[in-house]
Design a binder for this molecule. Structure first.
Ligand SMILES: Cc1cc2nc3c(=O)[nH]c(=O)nc-3n(C[C@H](O)[C@H](O)[C@H](O)COP(=O)(O)OP(=O)(O)OC[C@H]3O[C@@H](n4cnc5c(N)ncnc54)[C@H](O)[C@@H]3O)c2cc1C
Length: 431
């Protein structure tokens, strides 16, 4: 079993014992492959409804993207509302957006039920522009209030620069209901909640083979098997050969995070708020103060290259310093990467591949709320309590393009980067 990758989260996680591997034969109502937030939320919802469940995780609970991410929880998806509306129609897109808001609430409820009282949850997220477009932001603010009764606050350039001392920044929208937290501790809390409801959680148990036809489905690991009526694939960006169809439908995309040394004065001199901060570029920067404001956790960049770059910390530091030049000499204590799963349509893939064989993945870079609602609607489908999972039917398991898909995705990202750069360049010329 691989231990957690070295990260801020692994270094500061609440103590939790390693769970045993699957051995022998286990019979349950529903077996879930993957112990990230998608699998954990599905299992939790089922266990709380009285179903016998087992999670089978290759490594450790929260070992994948779910235990390595930025920790930002807010409404939305990995693509914009207008893009969703283009693909699914306006009304369907609005319903889906409401589900994404429900996803935020699910995380809040789970934190209240399974978090430790000393787990830190900080409210407030500022989405900052790196070019001037106050009217665009105000239009978005109006739309969120009108269509979703969701209140965002407009902050002008001077207000933004008073708290974030970067000449790169312009106006921003502030979301007081979004928050940031420690995602690995959250994942561990969910796993304990599943066990408290009678569910079983196995670590160090990669599923290597599956028989999915017939009334009883069988998942096999090296030392055991799980038999179940329902099977849920929740394997995220780490989806492998066990289901070739799912593997073909997603692109694994890497993204990076770093943690600075303890430097409260230097960091506090440029970042004066405890909120989650992100900029509006595609795959832009996202960062927040951690460790009681003494360190900075900074994420950004995406690539289709799944191996970790040799000079990851330097690469990411350069991004940080281009926004805050005074942080140039700051030491990086640790940097890490994680894989996200993306479909070509950029929306989650949620549904049934065949009767009682479910998939719940493809959450991209906006997975903390969407894994929660994904897990809930799949659980409701298994329980026969609703067919809300069908709202994701417009976003199917289309071939993601293999190596050509990766090339296209990388080129699209570079094109977007060039467009973002052009906008910034024009903004800097205009002052
Ligand atoms: C660096 C980074 C920063 C991010 N920041 C944010 C953020 O701030 N806010 C946000 O909303 N989203 C963010 N995301 C996205 C979010 O983390 C993901 O979308 C979400 O965690 C995906 O959860 P998951 O359960 O689908 O996948 P994962 O958490 O990756 O879990 C999949 C699990 O399946 C297991 N698995 C795979 N194959 C098998 C098998 N054969 N047998 C058994 N187990 C298997 C893996 O070991 C893994 O643990 C970020 C992602 C990354 C990588």
């Amino acid at each position: 079993m691989a231990d957690y990758v070295d990260s801020y989260y692994a270094r500061t996680r609440n103590p939790s014992p390693a769970r045993g591997a699957l051995k022998g034969t286990v019979s349950v109502d529903a077996a879930i492959i993957g112990g990230g937030l998608a699998g954990l939320t599905t299992a939790l919802e089922l266990a709380r409804a009285g179903r016998k469940v087992a999670i089978v995780e290759a490594e450790r609970i929260g070992w994948g993207a779910s235990g390595r991410n930025g920790g930002f929880v807010g409404p939305g998806y990995a693509t914009s509302l207008s893009h969703i509306a283009m693909m699914a129609g306006r009304d369907a897109a609005h319903d889906l957006y409401r589900l994404s808001i429900e996803g935020v609430r699910i995380v809040e409820d789970n934190l209240a039920a399974f978090g430790r009282s000393d787990d830190v949850v900080t409210y407030g997220k500022l989405s900052v522009l790196r070019h001037a477009d106050a009217s665009g932001l105000k239009a978005r603010q109006d739309q969120m209030a009108r269509d979703f009764d969701y209140k965002l606050e407009f902050r002008d350039k001077d207000e933004v620069r008073a708290v974030l001392r970067s000449a790169k920044y312009y106006d921003a929208l502030f979301d007081p209901k979004a928050f940031h937290f420690h995602p690995l501790n959250y994942a561990q809390g969910l796993a304990s909640g599943i066990e408290a409801s009678g569910g079983q959680v196995f670590e160090a148990s990669p599923v290597v083979d599956a028989t999915l036809d017939g009334a009883t489905k069988v998942l096999r690991t090296s030392y055991g098997e799980v038999q179940a009526r329902d099977v849920v694939f929740a394997t995220g960006g780490y989806t492998g050969q066990v289901s070739p169809k799912l593997q073909r439908a997603m692109l694994p995309i890497a993204t990076y995070v770093l943690l600075t040394e303890v430097a409260p004065e230097r960091i506090g001199a440029v970042i004066g708020v405890p909120w989650a901060i992100s900029d509006s570029r595609r795959a832009g920067d996202y960062y927040r103060l951690v460790d009681e404001g003494r360190r900075l956790l900074w994420g950004g960049r995406i690539t289709t290259r799944t191996s970790e770059p040799a000079r990851l910390a330097d690469m990411l530091r350069a991004t940080m310093v281009s926004t805050y030049p005074s942080l140039a000499g700051i030491r990086i204590d640790v940097a890490w990467s994680g894989l996200m799963s993306y479909a070509r349509h950029l929306m989650p893939m949620i549904g049934q591949m065949q009767p009682n064989v479910w998939h719940c993945y493809g959450f991209g870079g906006h997975g903390l709320n969407t894994t929660a609602i994904g897990g809930r609607v799949v659980a409701e489908g298994i329980l026969g309590a609703s067919d809300r999972y069908r709202q994701y039917a417009p976003f199917g398991l289309n071939w993601a393009g293999g190596p050509f898909g990766r090339l296209t995705a990388q080129m699209t990202y570079w094109t977007y980067q060039a467009m973002d750069f052009a906008k910034e360049f024009r903004a800097s010329r205009a002052g």
